[in-house]
Design a protein around this ligand. Structure first.
Ligand SMILES: C[S@@+](CC[C@H](N)C(=O)[O-])C[C@H]1O[C@@H](n2cnc3c(N)ncnc32)[C@H](O)[C@@H]1O
Length: 248
């Protein structure tokens, strides 16, 4: 039995289970397993679901928050309506989308941010992984300030360079930060979920003015994984074959 066959078989298992339970994606089970272990979402909570298409995580979130809660889902791709979920189409990294989310919140704070965001895959793992790390940093920089004290944040990220730096940045902002692989995702060695709980009050966060994106990029520059555009262009740009430019 090849490893590939085994992995496909397990994927099919979660896909079939999702279909029979009415979930739009097998990913729904990844959030359910995170919930079972960490109890992230409670009745009455306000939840932001980032990268929500086709809607599996939003379906799970609305089941957990109930009628007194609120679930806002955002994705570049439009989702079919889900009862009880406020769906938005937009790129979370764009200022106009971020402003729309802030407007929708009407000054209320979010209790739980769940992000299964994933870039469009090119098939080149190092490139996709670098983009996944960058997307996660941008989501964190935008969304964590909207979270209430004690709130939680869970995100998918592709394993590889930059994860340690993200974990370090998260530990400044949350009292509990763990990496977790739900059983429903263990067949895919490339992804891991970062579960951050108990957001600290602003006066306890000692991160200076540096955004998570800049902190992570700085660490990657220091480690020699990405090129600082302020430095002279090296003759060999390294094994990745592209450079990520430092955000100003
Ligand atoms: C793995 S899917 C999410 C599956 C979803 N959690 C579910 O259970 O149905 C990842 C999603 O991230 C979205 N995405 C990627 N980049 C994005 C961005 N910049 N803004 C908003 N959504 C994005 C993709 O369009 C894709 O639908």
């Amino acid at each position: 039995m090849s490893k590939r066959w085994y992995n496909e078989h397990r994927r099919d298992h979660w896909r079939r289970k999702a279909k029979s339970s009415g979930y739009r994606s097998r990913s729904a089970y990844k959030l359910l397993q995170c919930q079972e272990k960490f109890n992230l979402i409670r009745e009455g909570d306000i939840v932001l679901d980032v990268g929500c298409h086709p809607g599996g995580w939003s379906q799970v979130s609305v089941e957990l928050t109930g009628e007194t809660g609120r679930v806002i889902g955002i994705d570049i791709r439009p989702c079919e309506p889900i009862p009880g979920v406020e769906l938005m189409v937009g790129d979370i990294t764009e200022e106009s989308t971020q402003e729309r989310i802030i407007e929708m919140l009407e000054g209320e704070k979010i209790h739980s941010i769940v992000s299964d965001i994933s870039p469009k895959l090119s098939g080149q793992y190092e490139m996709d992984q670098a983009i996944s790390v960058d997307l996660v940093c941008m989501v964190m920089d935008f969304a964590i300030p909207l979270l209430n004290n004690g709130g939680s944040f869970v995100t998918k990220v592709f394993q590889g360079r930059g994860i340690e730096a993200i974990v370090r940045a998260a530990r400044i902002r949350f009292s509990k930060v763990q990496r977790y692989s739900p059983i429903a995702s263990r067949n895919s060695s490339s992804e891991v979920y970062l579960v951050c709980r108990n957001k600290l009050p602003a006066n306890k966060i000692d991160a200076g003015e540096t955004t998570i994106r800049v902190a992570v990029e700085n660490e990657l520059v220091d480690l020699g994984y990405i090129i600082d555009p302020d430095d002279e262009e090296p003759e060999d740009s390294g094994p990745i074959g592209f450079s990520v430019h430092r955000a100003k």
